[in-house]
Design a binder for this molecule. Structure first.
Ligand SMILES: [Zn+2]
Length: 308
């Protein structure tokens, strides 16, 4: 068994204005940090309309396609931009996550890291926002349920921002548990503990700015990890954003690489306990290039150690 690394050069062709934090250099830094590791390299396919329609209406896909400029960039909301290559990049993100599911379900890999951009966890059913165009991990979760016939899948989101999009796409489906820790108050403003989903399948644990390692780990140990084990998932997804790092310019949760290694190990424990170690991790945020690369590297090191 092994760990798959799923990516595609098309993800570098989503171009944003100078100074935008969600830039192609993010993915280049991550891939550079993973060079030489014992990974099964796979190309991310383009997600099909049928795969995207499990979470988005056709009107959302068509509106994005129609807004793509012939050259240069178009702003959707100030944060979220479209360039000529953006939809191919976003379809690689969702397609890569779906391919990760197929690989771990077939046994071709024990676990997978999907290194793509733009991120996806802020994209709502019919609204691109927060750098995100398509709900990649939610589409992959629905694929696991509908195509592979699983009964329960878990999405664990430790990005420093609340995944309002993922929550929007899965909160009405009791077969999917969405568990998130995030800084609050912070963009996008959602993620209150009172948001619990249709069947108690959403768990939100906000953390204050400056919380640091001890508060983060306590929130995991006391709340989210027990909820993950109680749900007994048949596949574990991770929305792996590394913008809770102390060096990240967009937030102030003050975590370190050691914290990301620790939560990765704990999520592998969940996967080992309930589903034979099957885990698909998708890159979300992380905006300091050095911290992002170092954090992704320790995350993948744990996946390799646990997937071997
Ligand atoms: Zn984020």
């Amino acid at each position: 068994m092994t760990t798959a690394l799923i990516t595609h050069p098309d993800c570098l062709a989503h171009i944003v204005p100078d100074g935008h934090p969600e830039r192609p250099a993010r993915l280049e830094s991550v891939l550079h940090a993973l060079e030489g590791k014992a990974l099964l390299n796979e190309e991310a396919p383009l997600a099909t309309d049928a795969q995207l329609l499990r979470v988005h209406p056709q009107t959302h896909i068509d509106a994005l396609d129609a807004t793509i400029p012939a050259s240069g960039g178009v702003s959707i909301d100030g944060d979220t931009w479209l360039s000529p290559g953006s939809m191919r990049a976003a379809r690689r993100c969702a397609g890569g996550a779906i391919h990760g599911v197929d690989m771990v379900m077939s046994g071709a890999a024990q676990n997978a890291f999907v290194a793509t951009r733009p991120p996806g966890h802020h994209a709502e059913r019919a609204q691109a926002m927060g750098f995100c165009l398509l709900g990649s991990i939610a589409a992959a979760a629905k694929h696991a349920l509908d195509h592979h016939g699983l009964a329960r899948v878990l999405i664990f989101d430790f990005d420093v921002h609340h995944g309002n999009g993922t929550q929007d796409l899965v909160q009405d489906d009791a077969r999917i548990a969405y568990l998130s820790s995030h800084q609050m108050p912070l963009f996008p403003g959602t993620g209150d503990p009172s948001e619990t989903g249709v069947a108690g399948n959403v768990h939100n644990v906000p953390l204050r700015s400056g919380a640091g390692s001890a508060e983060f780990r306590a929130a995991m140990t006391d709340h989210l990890l027990p909820a993950a084990h109680t749900f007994a998932p048949e596949l574990v997804f991770v929305s792996a954003g590394f913008d809770a790092h102390r060096d990240d310019p967009l937030a102030g949760l003050l975590l370190s690489e050691a914290d990301f290694a620790w939560i990765t190990g704990a999520l592998c424990d969940v996967a080992d306990a309930h589903c034979g170690g099957r885990l698909v991790s998708c890159l979300e945020g992380g905006y300091d290039l050095h911290a992002l690369a170092a954090s992704a590297a320790v995350h993948v090191d744990v996946l390799i150690a646990r997937g071997g």
